[in-house]
Design a protein around this ligand. Sequence first.
Ligand SMILES: [Ca+2]
Ligand SMILES: [Ca+2]
Length: 147
Amino acid sequence: MKRLLMAVMVMFFAITASADDEFGLYIVTGTDSTTTTVSTLQKITFSNGNVVVQTKDGATSSTAMASVTKMYFDYIKTSSDTRLKGDVNEDGNVDISDIVAIINQIAGTATYRYANVNEDDNVDISDIVAVINIIASGGADSGSDTE
Ligand SMILES: [Ca+2]
Ligand SMILES: [Ca+2]
């Protein structure tokens, strides 16, 4: 199980890592979420029913595994992120080409880091609907909104 998890994590980084983006480890417990910047991460261990995150400065934070609803890596949103929500192909506009981009990602012919428009767990038809709603509402809001 752990080996599989690590393999998935390595694959994730291989696919999506980019030099100018900061990655974060998100641990979600119900409505709370803690984020650890990956570059400060020392190790993650699973012991005695806890997820223990240790950073390079020696600090550790422990979360009961039973309370963890979701654990994932994603780009850290910063206040300087002025990207338009729904602008999947990052050309500065939200239009039909962004829907095509999502379709291409679902089809497996392309990968876009912002294809998960509605910010759930998957890139699927609901993200196309989200882009349609943004276009239909007459414009895109800023991507700097927080979750
Ligand atoms: Ca676009
Ligand atoms: Ca989605």
